[in-house]
Design a binder for this molecule. Structure first.
Ligand code: ADP
Ligand code: ZN
Length: 526
């Protein structure tokens, strides 16, 4: 039989083998591909590293015509195009950063119908006339990558994505495949609504990554903690995520001074610098990238063995995506999240100050609270993370920090009262460092300046270390009893949450903070 008679040039299995050199499909790939081959619209929810690209690349090559892939990330497009060309696929990209000669060549190839897969930025596709011009030749499939960008609920909303709802009028009958690694069901609903494909088939894969070892640790001496986490991985690739550009620069420098091959990566670097760093990272040499969230989308180095977060991500989704850069080859990999109470309080404070619309604020807030709860959890961390995506893992994972080293707890009621009274009596104007100094009764210059040595709470917490008190304060922040009261890290009471504790109407169990990470992929599998 002649497959082209049905608009199919080659079967998916044949393309998988001939073009990509793989023997079998993974997970849901096969279901997704059959649906697209049958001309259905599909929403694919698959974690990072799950193999989303093949879901549209294979049908694009099997079906008659050119596949169009809408992607918001230029670096990712260029990567994919280069990889496909190596495999002998006629792939090309259309975006604003193409050199003029490249653009001319691509235009000519498109005119002649020589392209099998076209990657295009949404801005480009929705610019006047472009879609119609592309539609003159047959189109096999429309893939909308990073589809959560269409959702205002999402954390990466891009207005140009809204216009993609009109695609069917320009490309009638062409199946659409929307792909994302963002699982929450509200975002899913919103994606389908915004793209005007409510009847699309949803195919969701498990988010469980058993080779990732999850651990979290309260911040102490950050550089030392990062160094300890990276030491077993001196011969590997690792990523350290930071909340700001400055911090990436400083941490990369400290790590270099400690003998690591560490480089910063953030959106403030020139495109040459970014490119050079990416090339080195990809070359396979052992190295540490100290990056903001600008690094990662589309980074496909399979052997990253360690991801450290120096600052708490804003949501479980962001956390999952970032740790998901580790162990894409399926081999064990370590992750470590460093966190502090002030970070949590500050994140909440900024959110309260934000001028975003209320609905959006509530979603961001809910995500942040899930992230805080996930950070402070004493239960299996893997289960807790998957639960954020609505996925139930039937038994504790057995290898996260909390499974390995079950949390010790203590009755923290009195300690909580001491902290809350100290905040109250010092006028809700001081940060955790000063509060701890008051509790421990240390006579410093700052204490004398404010005459805090005369307070009844001065020295009521002598018996515990500074670290210990910081742990109590952090957990009270996480519980919402303490909040940021000003711009400069000053802590205040949340009266509603603090009152029952102060009145002794509520007792409180707190966890004993672990001092060291208890888990390493190195020791994790014997
Ligand atoms: P995602 O876009 O979901 O993050 P990718 O499409 O980049 O994931 O795929 C992740 C890795 O898995 C890639 O290196 C890819 O080559 C590999 N891969 C995907 N599908 C298969 C398969 N069926 N067999 C073998 N390797 C696969
Ligand atoms: Zn566990």
């Amino acid at each position: 039989t002649d497959p082209s008679a049905s608009g199919i040039d080659e079967t998916p299995d044949a393309v998988l083998k001939r073009v990509f050199g793989f023997d079998s499909f993974r997970g849901q790939q096969e279901d997704v591909i059959s649906a697209v081959m049958a001309g259905e619209d599909v929403l694919v929810i698959m974690p990072t590293g799950g193999g989303k690209s093949l879901c549209y690349q294979v049908p694009a090559l099997c079906r008659h015509g050119m596949g169009i892939v809408i992607s918001p990330l230029i670096a990712l497009m260029d990567d994919q195009v280069a990889a496909l060309r190596q495999l002998g696929v006629n792939a090309a990209a259309l975006h604003s950063e193409l050199p003029p000669d490249r653009l001319d060549q691509t235009r000519a190839d498109l005119r002649e119908g020589r392209i099998d897969l076209l990657y295009i930025s949404p801005e480009r596709l929705v610019s006047p006339g472009t879609a119609r011009w592309l539609a003159r030749n047959p189109v096999s499939v429309l893939a909308i990558d990073e589809a959560h960008c269409v959702s205002a609920w999402g954390h990466e909303f891009r207005p140009e994505y809204r216009a993609l709802a009109d695609l069917p009028s320009v490309f009638p009958g062409v199946p659409r495949i929307a792909l994302t690694a963002t699982a929450d069901s509200r975002t899913q609903d919103d994606i389908l609504l915004a793209l005007g494909m409510p009847e699309a088939k949803r195919l969701t894969s498990s988010f469980h990554r058993p080779n990732l070892f999850l651990a979290a640790l309260p911040k102490g001496s950050e550089t030392k903690q990062v160094q300890d986490a990276l030491t077993p991985h001196r011969e590997d690739a690792a990523i350290v995520y930071c909340g700001s550009r400055n911090r990436t620069e400083r941490m990369a420098k400290s790590l270099r001074e400690r003998g690591f091959n560490a480089l910063p990566y953030h959106a403030g670097l020139s495109s040459q610098e970014k490119h050079a760093t990416l090339m080195r990272f990809r070359s396979g040499e052992p190295m540490v990238i100290v990056a903001t969230v600008a690094f990662g989308m589309g980074i496909d180095r399979p052997d990253v063995r360690c991801v450290v977060h120096l600052d708490m991500p804003a949501s479980p989704e962001a956390y999952y995506q970032q740790i998901g850069r580790a162990g894409r080859d399926g081999e064990p990999a370590d992750t470590l999240l460093l966190y502090g109470g002030e970070d949590m309080a500050r994140a909440r404070h900024w959110l309260e100050q934000s001028t975003a619309p209320d609905t959006e604020k509530r979603v961001t807030q809910a995500r942040l609270e899930s992230m805080i709860a996930l950070t402070e959890t004493v239960e299996c961390r893997t289960q807790a993370l998957l639960a954020c995506f609505g996925e139930a893992l039937s038994a504790p994972c057995g290898h996260c920090d909390n499974c390995r080293n079950p949390a010790q707890t203590f009755d923290g009621t009195e300690a909580a009262q001491k902290v809350l009274s100290t905040i109250y009596r010092t006028g809700q104007r001081f940060g955790a460092v000063h509060l701890t100094t008051v509790l421990r009764g240390k006579l410093t210059e700052a204490i004398e300046r404010h005459a805090h040595q005369h307070l009844t709470v001065f020295g009521v917490g002598k018996e515990h270390s500074e670290q210990w008190w910081r742990g109590v304060i952090r957990q009270l922040i996480a519980r919402g009893a303490i909040r940021m009261s000003g711009e400069h890290g000053a802590l205040g009471l949340d009266v509603e949450a603090a009152r029952p504790l102060l009145r002794g109407e509520e007792s409180l169990r707190l966890r004993v903070d672990p001092l060291k990470p208890v888990v390493s992929a190195q020791r994790g599998v014997s």
